[in-house]
Design a protein around this ligand. Structure first.
Ligand SMILES: [Zn+2]
Length: 305
């Protein structure tokens, strides 16, 4: 059976491979062998990569609602990407910004001081803290914005686009909340990054079950005209910038981890690897994070006047 693309519905899709689970649980449930994390598919028509089967929209929303305000990004302070976002908030047609998945409101508290700040957040405990931080909460999900009558100068999706089970529907709804010249500001993984091309379905970004949609920046060139918008800027960044030494360390570990996973199924090589203590230890790693890789992009899309 053909699996249609979750963005463009084309049936020209190809399976890339079985996805791993890098998290200690599966959307809050204990890990067990009955859980199917799905496979990674590539759409040959629009270039999107996506997880299929994926958790249902209700299951995902219930998971986000259940997140405690202290559960995630506990130590998050100012991030490099926020400084890039801040520059984009200087010349908006309306002095307001809506942050989708604003969580505790840390980003807008830091960079949205000159603007009216609005947020969408599923977690009730994070929402209360966002409100205490001066953010007006306008909904608990993108779908809850269907009857929203306000227009926002910018809408930010920082580490959010990869969570969208129906990307085009969500971007369409958001684009309607922008006046001409308004901006969608999206920070997400970039599947054309070298590290990603090397690791493919074994990439760290695909090991989180709540990540379901994976874009390359040029995907937005395909999508923007359908939303009466145009891509105005793309900046490539890592998820988390670190010192060179840590970057090299993470890169080497990932090359070892992914090479091991590729070679293990080859019987002869697999048995040789198992007999070498140092190498066989890699087989016990459940995950290998590569958050220092330059594998993200900040994409700015403007509503056409
Ligand atoms: Zn597609």
């Amino acid at each position: 059976m053909k699996v249609p693309c979750i963005a463009c519905e084309s049936e020209q899709t190809t399976i890339v491979g079985k996805l791993p689970i890098f998290t200690p649980d599966y959307l809050g449930r204990p890990l067990d062998t009955s859980i199917d994390p799905g496979s990674l598919y590539r759409c040959e028509a629009c270039t999107l990569l996506f997880r299929w089967p994926m958790p249902g929209a209700d299951e995902l929303l219930a998971y986000y609602k259940g997140l405690d305000k202290d559960e995630w990004w506990q130590t998050e302070s100012e991030r490099e990407v926020w400084r890039h976002v801040e520059k984009e908030l200087d010349d908006l047609p309306v002095p307001s910004v809506l942050d989708i998945g604003c969580f505790r409101g840390n980003m807008l508290r830091q960079i949205g001081r000159k603007l009216s700040c609005f947020g969408v957040e599923p977690s009730p405990s994070a929402r209360s803290e966002a409100e205490a931080n001066g953010i007006t909460i306008v909904g608990s999900s993108i779908d809850s914005l269907q009857s929203e009558s306000r227009r926002f100068g910018a809408i930010t999706l920082i580490d959010v686009a990869e969570h969208l089970p129906r990307p085009m529907e969500s971007f369409q709804l958001l684009s309607e909340l922008l006046p001409p010249g308004g901006k969608l500001i999206i920070f997400t993984g970039a599947t054309d990054a070298l590290s990603w091309q090397f690791a493919r379905q074994d990439y760290w970004y695909c090991g989180l079950p709540e990540h379901v949609a994976f874009y390359r920046p040029s995907w937005f060139d395909w999508a923007a005209p359908k939303l009466a918008m145009r891509v105005s800027n793309v900046t490539r960044l890592p998820y988390e910038p670190v010192a060179l030494r840590q970057r090299v360390d993470e890169s080497l570990k990932n090359i070892a981890f992914i090479t091991y996973r590729r070679l293990k199924p080859v019987t002869l090589i697999g048995s040789v690897m198992s007999s070498l203590p140092l190498i066989s230890r890699i087989g016990n790693w459940q995950s290998c994070w590569w958050t220092s890789a330059r594998d993200h992009a900040l994409v700015i899309i403007k509503k056409i006047a």
